[in-house]
Write a protein that binds this ligand. Sequence first.
Ligand code: MLT
Length: 320
Amino acid sequence: MKILIADKFEEFGVSALKESGCEVMQDPSLEADALTQAMKKTACEALVVRSTKVNADALDASPNLRLVIRAGSGYDTIDTAAAAQRKVRVCNCPGMNAVAVAELTLGLMIALDRRIVDQALDLRNGVWNKKGYAKARGLKGRTLGVVGLGRIGYELAKRAAAFDMNLLYTDVVQNKNIENQLGIRKVTLDQLLAEADFISLHVPGGGDTKHLIGPAELAKMKPTTFLLNCSRGGVIDEKAMADAIKSGTVGGAALDVYEIEPAATDNVFKDPVVDVPSVYGTHHVGASTDQAQMAVAQEVVHIVQTYKDSGEFLHCVNAE
Ligand code: MLT
């Protein structure tokens, strides 16, 4: 079986795929037309991607293509509908990087509360300001509102419970087991927006969640509330959020994802939202820990192996 990996991928995964008899070609620089050309040239049966976007042209380029694997959880970078029309199945690796994303989110919560980034920058500039930075509110007894109690939301809530935080969530489904385990309470989005001191978004990207947090939602938050987004950029209306922070309607924000992100091979980023004081930005690295990338690679190998052995598509997200 021929597999094209069009992104960075754990060496372990490449070796395991080769050991299982696959012919593996890898080029992390492939994007847009270059991806389409590589698909044509390799006539691969499976394509593995992380950040690389997959459009209809790329899907059409390999006549043998049956499977696209997203080496991660979200799949909004892949045209799943076009793939379904061509009977190409798209599979993802759900949950494998949930702990990593939860860890980053919790780190950002503490960073916002203690203003760790500003403190470090001041020290680098030779400024000592113990008095100015002595105003943290702390996490204990504060309320965390989790929007989307899937695998990542759960891992975050579990960790926040260990910090003695009060927990609220909103989701389309109610999860009594997690409620009993963590003492987390299901509320409406409006209630969560009004009550939470930290609001963390853990919903999939795409049309349904586009600007889930816009001007109306921001207006319902407390002026001290911190908003966190380690899910997908479009879930927050960035411009409205920047305005809300500048006007003092919202306390601050931490973002790992942005409405427009550079391609994996590009190292220039210009988004005015990260210039707003009280916005801490990271580089879409929520999933980027050794533990998570190893787990994702193992799952990709598992998906390929299952397909080879039985023709079954594990974690298929665009089944008929
Ligand atoms: C995900 O959807 O799981 C993350 O975006 C993964 C990644 O950064 O590759």
